[in-house]
Design a protein around this ligand. Structure first.
Ligand code: 0PR
Length: 402
């Protein structure tokens, strides 16, 4: 039998010089927005801390998919989990770093379902403002999502939430730092609704996890949202958002260590030996973990407090400017470094978003809530915000909103 080997069309027969490749990459990446050019106003990611980047590059081949082979790296992950647990009100937690908030939320949804095999058609209650990752998880796990409405002021309608809890509910979700507005759901009240009911309670603090503890140190009035609320079973908190970790680094913490034994996956054949794990992915980066360990050691509590302090100063600056503009208004007074902007007269925000994009300003648009969102990440400078406000003012005038 003759085998005809056909070279794939895109692949070169002969490799190129490194110089040439670097030039090609530069040319092709011209299309990308850059964090430091100021245009990225609607991202929850940012440049990782430079030191973290250096460490990451050193350890690219570490694979925590087989932790028995990389026990040192696995121990660093345990240290991170324990330090974060303490920051979130419970030192003796278990957990893991993930590829991001979506994987962490998917893991939480799977646990909620697994712990209640008695429920034939399981349901999970989420606020309608919860991240899209819960829809993805529900789809993958065949869970029915029951979505609770918001009130006029974008806060959770707790009465509606309560009505959605029933005998099929295996889990409830609260968000500490919503994607659209950075709001904090009433975690204690949600906890009261499920007390004694054998319902899993997951808090999504993918964004807020690396903001809220530091706001508390800055004397902001932050209602309890973490393991200090005794009914909370697990928390998502992502280093690759306000933790300044490299992409991809998410985080998942669980209060009860028994849950790993009860619901973990097992891989019997690994070179480093068998172990139980929560992950959806198999091979997974150790480099991000080592890098984040280094970032936490380098910044310390004070480093994070200062980063959040500066973001909040710029948030207040932007909020004040928006409030002075006319034609648009703040959707809510920001609780963290997320600023939602809506129209004053209720007209659609889409035209403004479109015009802003033409001027190269990239914000998040939340059509259901009729708002556009700025996330005041560390890469967003005051000069950028000043230019943004100038352009927004011109646009409001151009389209006749004020
Ligand atoms: N939970 C919350 C509350 C989130 O806001 C996000 C993502 C997730 C979970 C999921 O996290 P991963 O994206 O790590 O899986 N929030 C941002 C968003 O959807 C993600 C993002 C980041 C979007 C950068 C755009 C962007 O440029 O808005």
């Amino acid at each position: 039998m003759r085998v005809i080997l056909k070279l794939s069309i895109g692949m070169l027969k002969q490799g190129l010089e490194k110089e040439k490749i670097l030039r090609l990459i530069d040319e092709k990446l011209e299309l990308d927005h850059k964090y430091d050019d100021g245009s990225i106003l609607g991202s929850m990611c940012t440049e990782p801390l430079e030191f973290g980047r250096e460490i990451y590059l050193k350890y690219l081949s570490k694979n925590l998919g087989d932790p028995g082979l990389f026990q040192g790296t696995a121990n660093l992950e345990k240290e991170i989990v324990s330090e974060l647990g303490e920051l979130f009100g419970e030192k003796n937690v278990i957990g893991t770093l993930t590829t991001g908030g979506s994987e962490a939320n998917l893991i939480a949804m799977r646990i909620a379902k697994k712990l209640r095999p008695d429920i034939k058609k399981p349901e999970v209650v989420v606020p309608i403002s919860a991240h899209i990752s819960f829809d993805k998880a529900a789809d993958l796990l065949d869970i029915k999502l029951r979505k609770a409405r918001l009130l006029e002021n974008y806060e959770l309608d707790l009465n509606h939430y309560k009505k959605l809890i029933n005998e099929k509910t295996c889990g409830v979700i609260g968000v500490a730092g919503t994607t659209s507005l950075g709001l904090i759901d009433p975690i204690e009240n949600i906890g009261d609704l499920i007390e004694g009911k054998n319902i899993y309670f997951h808090v999504d603090a993918a964004f807020g996890g690396f903001v809220l503890p530091f706001l508390k140190y800055l004397k902001y009035d932050i209602e309890p949202w973490d393991f200090s609320v005794k009914t909370v079973s697990s928390i998502t908190a992502d280093p690759h958002k306000m933790g300044l970790g490299v992409i991809p680094t998410g985080g998942f913490l669980v209060r009860n260590s028994q849950i790993l034994q009860k619901t973990g996956f097992e891989i019997p054949y690994l070179a480093g030996g068998n172990f139980k794990h929560f992950h959806i992915v198999g091979t997974r980066p150790g480099g991000t973990v080592i890098s984040f360990w280094a970032i936490m050691k380098y910044l310390g509590l004070n480093g994070y407090i200062n980063i959040v302090k500066r973001c909040m100063e710029k948030t207040h600056f932007l909020s004040k400017k928006i409030a002075e503009l006319g034609g648009v208004r703040l959707a809510v007074q920001p609780k963290m470094n997320v600023v939602g902007i809506t129209t004053e007269n209720g007209e659609s925000i889409c035209k403004i978003d479109e015009e802003l994009r033409k001027k190269n300003w990239m914000l998040g648009k939340f059509q259901d809530f009729n708002l556009i969102r700025v996330v005041v990440m560390p890469h967003v400078k005051k000069e950028h915000l000043t230019l943004f406000i100038e352009d927004l003012k011109k646009i409001i005038k151009k389209i006749g909103l004020a």
